[in-house]
Design a protein around this ligand. Structure first.
Ligand SMILES: [Zn+2]
Length: 97
């Protein structure tokens, strides 16, 4: 098994099942998850930090969602938005000091 010495995980995957798996790994390893997604002309960035007792994880918030019907391959995405979301993810975590 590969073990990395990570301070956080940045997730930009494009499907719900992988996001849940990444979230689970972060919760088990107690590593902050900086999550980002983009579709069409929109994007979102969130930070889930399992080290904080009152911080929900990705699954807590999206366990009942049905996002598989909104795949990038079907809904499309504006490429510069994807780059902007990645930049915001990076800045969100690195600005935390
Ligand atoms: Zn949770």
């Amino acid at each position: 098994m590969y073990k990395a010495n990570l301070s956080f995980v940045l997730d930009g995957t494009d499907n719900f099942s992988t996001r849940l798996a990444v979230n689970k790994a972060c919760v088990l390893a107690q590593k902050p998850l900086v999550w980002g997604a983009a579709i069409r002309m929109e994007g979102q960035v969130s930070v889930y930090d399992p080290r904080l007792p009152d911080c929900p994880c990705y699954q807590c918030l999206y366990q009942h969602a049905d996002y598989e019907t909104e795949a990038c391959s079907q809904m499309g995405g504006f490429t510069p938005v994807v780059g902007m979301i990645g930049s915001v993810q990076h800045k969100t975590w690195t600005s935390k000091g």
